[in-house]
Design a protein around this ligand. Structure first.
Ligand code: PLP
Length: 394
C-alpha cells in the first residue's frame, strides 16, 4: 500500500505505512451499513465492575500524572499474574513497565533496542505495527514465512534469518494475529535455540494469551536461557474486552525494562491512571473468570468457521485469538483478497480484511487468496454475516 507519492512531506521511512486497511474497511462498513468483521474489537463491553472502578477513580480525583512506570497496583498485579499463570518471578518495581497498550510497548521496545540497520526477525504474516515500528527505529524486518494449514515455518529459514550479522532481536507473536496460531513448545524451543545461538534478544507479543481454545499458551520467557533475554508484552484490551482502554505492559529483566522505559518516557511519559487501576483489579480475577471469555469465543469460532465452511471457503480454524483466516479461491477464483474485500460490503454488506496486508508489500502474491474474519461479535451478528455472505456470488 505505498501511496507515498500522495504524501510528499512524510519521512521516507514511513511512506509505506500511510493508509491502514482497517481505516479503509471501517469507512466502507459505515458507508454501506455492513456487518464489520474487519477490525478486531468486541461488540459487547467487558466486565461492568472494571468500568465502575475506572469511573469511581475518575470521580475520586485519580486524574493527575501517575508514575511513569505505571501505578504500583498494576505493576504488582502484572508480577502476580506472571507468577500465577507461568511461574515467572518479576520484581514489580524494576521488571514491569506499564505502557499505552501493547502498541506503545512494541514501539518503545524497538526504539530502545535497535540501532539503525539492525534486523528484526519476525514471522510473516505479521501484525501490521511491527514493520512500521521497526522502520521508525531505523531497523529492517527479516521475515520468516508461516505456511497454512497449520502455519508452520521452515526451521532453516528461521536459522538463516537469526544468523545474519545485523540480526538484533526476534519479535514473536503468540497466540498469533492474523492466523490464530498458538506456537507449540517445540517451535518455541527452536526460536529460543536461535536466540541463544546468535545472542539475540527476544520480544514477545502475548496480547491474546487468554484467548486460547486449543493447546496452551507458553511464554517464550519460560524456556531455558530465555528469562534474561526476553521482553514479554501484553495488555488488558483483549483479555477484558476493553480494547479502547489501551493499557499494556512489558516485563523482563531490569536492564531490558529500563531500556524500554527510557524510550517510553519520551513517547507518552505515562498511561491513564484510572484505567490502570481497573486493569490491575481485572488481572486479579480468579483464573476461571479470566478463561471465561475464551469459552465464549470458542463457541463463536464454531459459528463463524462452520458458516464459512458451509459456504465453500477453505477455513484455517484458529487455535486462539478472535480471528479466522480463509482461503477464498474456491469461492472467488479470480479475485485477489483485496478486490474481494473491497467488493464485499457493496455486494452483500459484510466487511473482512485481506490478509495480504499482513505480508511484505514487496511480495504482491503473498496472501493473495487469504481473508481474515473477526468473530468477537454477538452471535446474532455472526449469523447475520453468514446469511449475507450466502447471497454473495462472484
Ligand atoms: C498482535 C497484536 N498486538 C498488539 C495489538 C495492540 O494491542 P493494544 O490495543 O493493547 O495496543 C493488537 C491489537 O489488535 C494485536 O492484534
Amino acid at each position: 500500500m505505498d501511496d507515498g507519492d500522495a504524501h510528499p512531506v512524510l519521512a521516507e521511512r514511513l511512506r509505506p505505512f500511510t493508509t491502514t486497511i482497517f481505516a479503509t474497511m471501517s469507512e466502507l462498513a459505515t458507508a454501506t451499513n455492513s456487518v464489520n468483521l474487519g477490525q478486531g474489537f468486541p461488540d459487547t463491553d467487558g466486565p461492568a465492575e472494571l468500568a465502575e472502578i475506572a469511573a469511581e477513580a475518575i470521580r475520586h480525583g485519580d486524574n493527575q500524572y501517575p508514575p511513569s512506570a505505571g501505578i504500583p497496583e498494576l505493576r504488582r498485579a502484572v508480577a502476580t499474574h506472571q507468577r500465577a499463570w507461568y511461574g515467572l518471578d518479576l520484581d514489580p518495581d524494576t521488571e514491569v513497565l506499564v505502557t499505552v497498550g501493547a502498541t506503545e510497548a512494541i514501539a518503545a521496545t524497538l526504539l530502545a533496542l535497535c540501532e539503525p540497520g539492525d534486523e528484526v526477525v519476525m514471522f510473516e504474516p505479521s501484525y501490521d505495527s511491527y514493520a512500521a515500528c521497526a522502520s521508525m527505529a531505523g531497523a529492517v524486518p527479516r521475515l520468516v514465512r508461516l505456511h497454512p494449514p497449520d502455519w508452520t515455518f521452515d526451521p532453516n529459514e528461521l536459522a538463516a534469518a537469526a544468523a545474519r550479522p545485523r540480526a538484533r532481536l526476534l519479535l514473536l507473536n503468540t497466540p498469533h494475529n492474523p492466523t490464530g496460531k498458538v506456537f507449540t513448545v517445540d517451535e518455541l524451543e527452536q526460536a529460543a535455540a536461535n536466540c541463544r545461538a546468535h545472542d539475540l534478544l527476544a520480544v514477545t507479543d502475548e496480547v491474546y494469551e487468554h484467548l486460547v481454545f486449543d493447546g496452551a499458551h507458553v511464554p517464550l520467557a519460560t524456556l531455558p536461557g530465555m528469562r534474561g533475554r526476553t521482553l514479554t508484552i501484553s495488555s488488558g484490551g483483549k483479555t477484558f474486552s476493553f480494547t479502547g482502554w489501551k493499557v499494556g505492559w512489558v516485563s523482563g529483566s531490569a536492564p531490558l525494562v529500563a531500556a524500554v522505559r527510557a524510550a517510553k518516557q519520551f513517547l507518552t511519559y505515562t498511561s491513564p491512571a484510572p484505567l490502570q487501576l481497573a486493569v490491575a483489579h481485572g488481572l486479579g480475577f480468579p483464573p476461571k473468570r479470566i478463561a471465561g471469555l475464551a469459552a465464549e469465543l470458542a463457541a463463536k469460532r464454531e459459528l463463524l468457521c462452520g458458516g464459512l465452511a458451509r459456504l465453500g471457503y477453505t477455513v484455517y480454524r484458529p487455535s486462539a485469538t478472535y480471528f479466522a483466516t480463509t482461503d477464498i479461491s474456491a469461492v472467488a477464483p479470480v479475485l485477489s483478497a483485496l478486490d474481494f474485500c473491497l467488493g464485499l460490503p457493496g455486494r452483500c454488506g459484510v466487511v473482512a480484511v485481506p490478509s495480504s496486508v499482513f505480508y511484505d508489500p514487496a511480495d504482491p502474491g503473498a496472501g493473495r487468496n487469504l481473508v481474515r474474519w473477526a468473530f468477537c461479535k454477538r452471535d446474532a451478528v455472526l449469523r447475520d454475516a453468514i446469511t449475507r455472505l450466502a447471497s454473495w456470488a462472484p
